[in-house]
Design a protein. Structure first.
Length: 153
C-alpha cells in the first residue's frame, strides 16, 4: 500500500511538472479534450470549417510548391553540370557530387521534418527544420562526396 501511495504521489508530481513545462514550452499548443473524453495537446487547432479550409489551402500550395522547388533545384544542378562539360572541366565529378548531395538533402529534410512534425512542436516547425536540414545536408555532403570521388578517382 505504501508503494502504491508513493507511485500515485510520484505520478501526480510528474503530471503537475509536465503540465507546467508544456504550458511554458510549447509553440501555441493548448490542452483540450478529444471525442473520447481524454485530455490531449493540440498543435493545430481546428475548430470550424474555416480552419479546415485554411489547412486545405496550405496543403494545396505545398503540393505545388514542394515539387516546383525540387524541379528548380534539379535544373540548376543539371545546368551547372552542363556548364562544366561545356567549359571542359571535370563534369563527371560535378555530376556525382551534385546528384549525391541532392539525394542526401532530400533524405535529411524528409527525415528531420517528419520526426519533428509528429512531435508536440508541430507541423510548421517540422517544415522549417526539415528545410534547414536539407540545406545543411546538401552543403555537408558536397564536400564529403567530392572527397570520396577524388579518393576513388
Amino acid at each position: 500500500m505504501r508503494a502504491e501511495a508513493a507511485f500515485k504521489e510520484m505520478n501526480q508530481v510528474l503530471f503537475s511538472r509536465s503540465k507546467n513545462y508544456l504550458n511554458n514550452n510549447t509553440f501555441r499548443m493548448r490542452q483540450t479534450t478529444n471525442a473520447t473524453g481524454r485530455t490531449v495537446w493540440e498543435s493545430i487547432p481546428v475548430r470550424d470549417i474555416a480552419d479546415v479550409q485554411k489547412l486545405t489551402k496550405l496543403a494545396k500550395i505545398g503540393r505545388v510548391a514542394g515539387p516546383g522547388f525540387i524541379m528548380v533545384d534539379g535544373y540548376l544542378r543539371a545546368n551547372g553540370v552542363y556548364q562544366s562539360w561545356k567549359n571542359g572541366e571535370n563534369w563527371e565529378r560535378k555530376a556525382v557530387v551534385e546528384g549525391g548531395s541532392f539525394l542526401a538533402g532530400i533524405g535529411a529534410g524528409v527525415l528531420i521534418g517528419a520526426v519533428i512534425a509528429v512531435t508536440p512542436v508541430g507541423l510548421a516547425v517540422g517544415i522549417v527544420a526539415g528545410g534547414a536540414a536539407a540545406v545543411g545536408a546538401d552543403y555537408a555532403f558536397k564536400d564529403i562526396i567530392g572527397w570520396l570521388y577524388d579518393l576513388v578517382d
